[in-house]
Design a protein around this ligand. Structure first.
Ligand code: PEP
Length: 250
C-alpha cells in the first residue's frame, strides 16, 4: 500500500470517459519528464487503459475510477478490487458524484467498495459533496456528515484512505465555492470524528491553473481531484508545480 505520509500533497487526475492510446502516450511523454518531490500524482484512466498507463508511467501512481462491490463470480461487466490489486493498482475513486447520480450508487455501496479496497491494500479516494439545492438550503454540513457516516467504514484511517470534498455543483461547471467555504467544509469534515483530523482531504470541482494556487494555500486542503484540467497535460503539470501544498499538522 502507498505510504500516504510520504507525500505533502496529492493530485488525482480523473480522466472520466476520455483517452486513447495516442492521448496516453503523448500525455506520459510530457509527464514523465517531470519529477515532483513529495507530491503524489495519481492518474485515473478508463479501466481498459489501466495497464497501459501503468506500463508507460515513470513517476505517477495509477488509480481506477470505480470498482465492484463483489469479489468474484457471475457479475458480468464488473471489476473487482482483487483484480485491481492483481494488476498493481494503487488507488481507486469511490462514490464520485457522477456514479452516485447516473448509476444510483448509495452510501452503503460506497462503504462496501471502500472496505474491499482497504482489504486489498488499494487506497480509496472517497468522494462526498453537496448538490446546489442542498447548498442553497444550508444543508451542506448535514449532507457531508451523513455521507461520511454512511460511506466511510470503521477500518478507514489516515494511512489507508483519502477523502475528496467535491461539491456536486462545482464539478465540470467552472464554478467553485469561495476559499472560505472550502476551508470551512474541510474543517467541518475533520471535526466529524477525531480520526479524520489527520486524514488527507482533497478538494475537487473545477480546479484549474487560475484557481489552483489559491486553493493550495488553504490550510486544511491536502491536494486536488481534477477532472477537465487534468486532460490538458501542460495545465495539469503547471497546477502541480505552482501549488504550495505543504504538510501541515492540524
Ligand atoms: C471530477 O471529475 O471529480 C472533477 C472535479 O471534475 P472537474 O475538475 O472537471 O470539475
Amino acid at each position: 500500500m502507498v505510504e500516504l505520509s510520504n507525500f505533502t500533497s496529492f493530485f488525482v487526475a480523473n480522466w472520466k470517459l476520455n483517452g486513447s492510446f495516442q492521448f496516453i502516450s503523448q500525455y506520459l511523454e510530457s509527464l514523465n519528464k517531470e519529477k515532483f518531490t513529495k507530491k503524489c500524482v495519481v492518474l485515473c484512466p478508463p479501466s481498459p487503459y489501466l495497464n497501459y498507463v501503468k506500463d508507460l508511467s515513470k513517476h505517477s501512481f495509477i488509480g481506477a475510477q470505480d470498482c465492484s462491490c463483489f469479489e468474484e463470480g457471475a457479475y458480468t461487466g464488473e471489476i473487482s478490487t482483487k483484480i485491481l490489486s492483481d494488476i498493481g493498482i494503487n488507488f481507486c475513486i469511490v462514490g464520485h458524484s457522477e456514479r452516485r447520480k447516473y448509476f444510483k450508487e448509495s452510501n452503503e455501496a460506497v462503504k462496501d467498495k471502500t472496505l474491499k479496497l482497504i482489504e486489498n491494500r488499494i487506497i480509496p479516494i472517497i468522494c462526498i459533496g453537496e448538490t446546489l439545492e442542498e447548498k442553497n438550503s444550508n444543508r451542506t454540513n448535514e449532507i457531508l456528515n451523513k455521507q461520511i457516516n454512511e460511506s466511510v467504514p470503521e477500518s478507514a484511517n489516515e494511512h489507508n484512505s483519502i477523502i475528496a470534498y467535491e461539491p456536486v455543483w462545482a464539478i465540470g461547471t467552472g464554478k467553485t465555492p469561495t476559499l472560505n467555504e472550502i476551508e470551512d467544509s474541510h474543517k467541518f469534515i475533520r471535526k466529524i470524528n477525531k480520526k479524520f483530523l489527520n486524514f488527507k482531504i482533497l478538494y475537487g470541482g473545477s480546479v484549474n491553473i487560475k484557481n489552483s494556487k489559491q486553493i493550495s494555500d488553504i490550510k486544511n486542503v491536502d491536494g486536488a481531484l481534477i477532472g477537465g484540467a487534468s486532460l490538458k497535460i501542460e495545465e495539469f503539470i503547471k497546477i502541480i508545480i505552482n501549488s504550495s501544498w505543504f504538510n501541515f499538522s492540524y
